[in-house]
Design a protein around this ligand. Sequence first.
Ligand code: CIR
Length: 261
Amino acid sequence: MSAIRFTHAITRRPARSAVDGLRAVDIGAPDLPRLAADHADYVAALRATGAEVIELGPLAAYPDSLFVEDVALCLPQGAIVMRPGAPSRLGEAAEIAPHLRALYSTVARIEGPGFIEGGDILVTGHEILIGLSERTDEAGVDELRAIVEPWGHALRVVETPPGILHFKTDCSLLDEGTVLATERLAASGCFGGYDVIHTAPGEEASANAIRFNEVVLFPAGFPETQARLVAAGYDVRPIGNTEAAKLDGGMSCLSLRFTPS
Ligand code: CIR
């Protein structure tokens, strides 16, 4: 299996306002000390691979701002600041832009009127797969296409099944040609040409993991799926995710991962 190497990651510490974060179903507010402890474990696991992790400070005005993945797409040729489809998150884009400019020589921006969030974008070894969703529309995808096709990237647009927040809520890249995906998403046929490891029945909430250098950060508490990954040869690092999950967040949402140009 080919490694996916990153030299950098950006994370943002959760603000106390995270208790007011968006959620599809209200199963209670996240416990802030637990959320912070899980977040610290996550950052430590990224750092342990040798990557430089830039931890940004909390943003009280933006309860969902710990989910930095949604506000930018980081490619080898440059970074693109997204335009979130959730009105309460629109302002997060301007907050991330200067941090990207400090690291990248090329930083583009989705200007609108369309919307696109990083949680709907899976960059594989072959293409950029984008799921249309409540947060990502055709106009947003078209604007992204105009930026990244000249950089040599091929885009493929699929549908995120109804009721699923983001495309990557239900899938992750494990290596350049292998994905972890729920059966409900894989059933759409969107992973033709990839090797697919399915989440175990009842463990669909474990589909959002990240491959980061030699490890896979994986939400703790999903033993069957974890065993499948271990059996396939991955070095799995379980990270507590119960509190972020109350806000529909998983492993990928909590970081931007990249090697700046
Ligand atoms: C939201 O609804 O925007 C946040 N509560 C969760 C964002 C999770 N991000 C992701 O899946 N990439």
